[in-house]
Design a protein around this ligand. Structure first.
Ligand SMILES: Nc1nc2c(ncn2[C@@H]2O[C@H](COP(=O)(O)OP(=O)(O)O)[C@@H](O)[C@H]2O)c(=O)[nH]1
Ligand SMILES: [Mg+2]
Length: 466
């Protein structure tokens, strides 16, 4: 059975010890083995390096690292690599390493049969006694008093001693994350290249004379709509780009209807447009009527939305007879994964209103679930873990329920936002989403073509009959 020390704590201790990867094996805990020095010595003597961890009632976690054996024969152990540390205060991370004073006593540890693990002369950190001694003077306390570390409470709820040996740990995340909730191919350069090729070679059906698949990007302000375009553009440009203004303004930064093109490095444009629009504020923001015009292709490219007057057929530039090129072929709702729970009912209702229109027109809908890096530390570090993260899975489920779309239509992404360089895994995730969006657009166009052909043959039949 494992102890209470998390992987993150072990990572921190490992860095402090500073001699490479370590395996932590629980030797002794007071809640399991009882709080007495005889048992402590039975279990922990002559085990080599150990780390002692104390957990108190106030949520403080602290302790000491002993680089040599504990023994039961009394006396001081002089050593230079032992240290004391704190990991948490009030349940929050607070990491400090207290090393031995260079010119002070090197009384790092005190061995005594009737004591628990004891650090420093004074002692700096005694255990199994009622008091915490702040008169210790072997370790450099950096101006932090013992009372501050334990937050005024010397009652511990647990004390653990781990044996620390060289070796690579299998981290809990890897264990937890071994089974994906959505299957994808192996994530490697080959997958990235294949996705890139699929998207570069994408062409809407020639029979419909559609040059570009038109994808409508829609969603609340700050969800990451502009960032998604920037992410896709960056992948194809081979460097981080910021063509679409992104930021964290309360009201929509984007107020024009911009059908962004994406170009590859050589400058050749790809055959789709990601149409950025204004956000979905509760009051202002995109309106159902405007959405209907957008879907039908009435709104001209680069139209500047007016916050006070709605577009109408009288507005200059209004496309009264749009072509198949102008209509929307796939709608993408962009939702911030971290705010799904707090989305206002007004905004949800607004999106459902838009969905009604899309359903009437048969336009496929996708949810792009952004900021998944903020849901899960593992995903933040490595985007390829996305389909193994239970947090992401839960949020995908939640998003699918919110708009009543199948789970397969919810595509998690992590946009480029804080990066200076491209990352293969972030790019793969974005391209997986984009390819799916293009496939849906293709299905819609295919359906339009069938309809057109059927209508034509009906007409011909009628001609023949007449
Ligand atoms: N951590 C994180 N931040 C993101 C992500 N996508 C967007 N952002 C940030 O969210 C903020 C709003 O993004 P923006 O694209 O302007 O949202 P828009 O209003 O929907 O166009 C910006 O500060 C972005 O840097 C993401 O996937 N992860
Ligand atoms: Mg925007």
């Amino acid at each position: 059975m494992g102890g209470k020390l998390s992987d993150k704590d072990m990572d921190q201790l490992e860095r402090w010890i500073g001699t490479g990867p370590k395996i932590f094996t629980l030797l002794y805990t007071i809640t399991r083995d009882g709080c007495n020095s005889t048992t402590f010595h039975q279990k922990c003597d002559n085990q080599g390096p150990t780390v002692t961890v104390l957990y108190n009632q106030q949520g403080s976690v602290y302790g000491g690292y002993a680089p040599v054996n504990w023994t039961s024969s009394g006396g001081w152990i002089n050593n230079t690599t032992a240290f004391l540390y704190q990991l948490r205060l009030n349940g929050n991370d607070k990491t400090t390493k207290f090393t031995l004073k260079p010119a002070g006593y090197l009384h790092a540890l005190y061995h005594c049969q009737s004591y628990g693990p004891t650090f420093g002369s004074g002692h700096d950190l005694p255990t199994f006694r009622n008091t915490v001694n702040s008169s210790g003077h072997s370790y450099d306390c950096q101006g932090i008093s013992a009372d501050q570390i334990i937050n005024g409470n010397s009652n511990v709820t647990e004390l653990e001693v781990y044996k620390v040996a060289d070796g690579k740990r299998q981290k809990t995340v890897e264990k937890e994350c071994s089974k994906p909730w959505r299957k994808t191919r192996d994530w490697n350069e080959q997958l990235l290249n294949e996705l890139t090729e699929d998207i570069v070679s994408f062409k809407p059906l020639p029979d419909l004379k559609v040059t570009d698949a038109r994808i409508l990007i829609i969603g609340p302000v700050g969800a990451g709509k502009s960032s998604f375009y920037n992410t896709i553009n960056s992948v194809f440009r081979g460097r981080i780009t910021q063509k679409a203004c992104s930021g964290s303004a309360e009201q929509s930064l984007t107020t024009t209807y911009t059908p962004y093109k994406v170009k590859v490095k050589s400058g050749a444009p790809l055959n789709f447009r990601l149409c950025d629009t204004r956000g979905l504020e509760e009051s202002q923001g995109l309106d159902v009527l405007e959405c209907n015009y957008l879907l039908d292709g009435n709104i001209p490219n680069y139209y500047q939305f007016n916050p006070t007057t709605l577009i109408s057929p009288k507005t200059p530039g209004f496309k009264a007879s749009p072509t198949t090129n102008d209509v929307i072929h796939c709608a993408v709702f962009v939702l911030d994964a971290t705010t799904l729970e707090v989305l206002s009912t007004k905004i949800i209702e607004k999106m459902k209103g838009f969905q009604n229109l899309m359903n009437q027109k048969g336009i496929p809908q996708i949810i792009l679930l952004t900021k998944i890096d903020k849901l899960c530390k593992n995903v933040e570090k490595d985007a390829s873990l996305v389909f193994k993260s239970p947090e992401v899975e839960q949020h995908v489920e939640k998003a699918s329920q919110l708009l009543g779309l199948p789970r397969a239509n919810v595509l998690p992404v992590k946009n480029y936002e804080n990066e200076n360089e491209l990352d293969d895994n972030i790019s793969i995730l974005a391209l997986l989403a984009l390819r799916q969006i293009l496939y849906f657009a293709e299905d819609f166009l295919d359906h339009m073509l069938d309809k057109k052909n059927d209508e034509q043959s009906e007409m011909e039949k009628l001609k023949v009959e007449n």
